[in-house]
Unconditional design. Structure first.
Length: 322
């Protein structure tokens, strides 16, 4: 497909962080000053995930009140509309926006209000994934997930675990996600972005419906087979994974390997602004570098609908689009 055809293609995105995907215009407006591209996006010589995560400080300051969160939800759907995304799951960490004036409920409601307005104006269906953070205590994370559970089916669709994976392995969060599962809250988990295949195995054992990144499965045919049998979705974010050095070089990226193994691979941006990317750009990138066929692009869109945390009515509508 040409760039124009990929842009026009109805697309589904499952792994997109709100704070990493806020537009330049939105951030300048909220901060009331000019902001350079280098303050928002990583350069080509980004050395690690920890360095990559530093780019979240500035956008984080823009979503510390209800107006900022509402506008952020609207802003991210407006960006997606420009490249014909028809369904998106937007993830964010409610606890990072809590203040004395704004508790977890208010944070979630403010974002949902902005997204709902965006849905009406841009026709994009959405779900919100609330992220527990690896550096927060189990008590704080459990409180957030209990709060978010009240909005399940009312805009919120799932939970997640994000943050510095290499510093906080999945083994430390088994109890938290045992409780999450008991609440009837579906979840995806960031795992295998920093080389630990054990984090992927633990995430599957905890009951994750999807794995964010999953790169550490490369070369592990047995583990790939297990996830393929269970129909677990793999949220791949090629450009971001190269920037964070989840893989050393373009040729090491396992998208072709995972597709050949029959895994439910999906293509995503991770962070549109921090990675300076779009879903169209990601699809162009994988077609050019991994010989991904047009049919495989369509397959990934169908995979995304299949493993989305959406109800069946929404999924049926999306399948017609894609």
């Amino acid at each position: 497909m040409t760039a124009e055809e990929l842009k026009a293609l109805p697309k589904v995105e499952l792994h997109c962080h709100l704070d990493g995907s806020l537009s330049h215009t939105f951030i300048e407006k909220r901060l009331g000053r000019k902001v350079s591209q280098s303050e928002l996006s990583v350069s080509d010589d980004c050395r690690s995930l920890n360095e990559y995560l530093k780019k979240f400080d500035l956008p984080g300051k823009c979503i510390m009140d209800e107006a900022g969160l509402q506008e952020a939800g609207y802003d991210v759907l407006r960006s997606m509309k420009q490249e014909n995304v028809c369904y998106a799951e937007i993830r964010f960490a409610p606890l990072l926006s809590e203040t004395q004036d704004m508790n977890c409920n208010k944070v979630i409601e403010a974002l949902l209000n902005g997204l709902e307005r965006g849905k009406k104006d841009f026709g994009i269906e959405y779900g919100v994934i609330t992220c527990a953070m690896r550096h927060h205590s189990e008590e704080e994370n459990a409180r957030m997930i209990r709060t978010a559970r009240a909005y399940l089916g009312y805009g919120v669709c799932a939970a997640d675990l994000a943050g510095a994976e290499s510093l906080y392995p999945m083994s430390e969060f088994m109890e938290l996600f045992k409780k999450t599962k008991a609440l009837g809250m579906p979840f995806t988990l960031h795992a295998g972005e920093c080389g630990s295949v054990q984090n992927i195995l633990d995430s599957v054992e905890a009951g994750a419906g999807r794995i964010g990144h999953g790169i550490a499965m490369r070369g592990h045919a047995d583990i790939q087979k297990e996830l393929q049998k269970k129909g677990i979705g793999i949220e791949m974010c090629p450009i971001s994974n190269l920037q964070t050095k989840a893989v050393e070089s373009t040729k090491d990226y396992p998208m072709r390997e995972f597709l050949n193994a029959g895994l439910k691979v999906t293509a995503n941006t991770d962070n549109r602004t921090v990675s300076n990317t779009t879903l169209t750009k990601e699809l162009e990138f994988i077609q050019k570098n991994y010989g991904i066929t047009d049919e495989e692009i369509h397959l990934m869109m169908r995979n995304a609908v299949d493993v989305a945390f959406a109800d069946d009515t929404v999924k049926e509508r999306m399948l017609k689009y894609v």
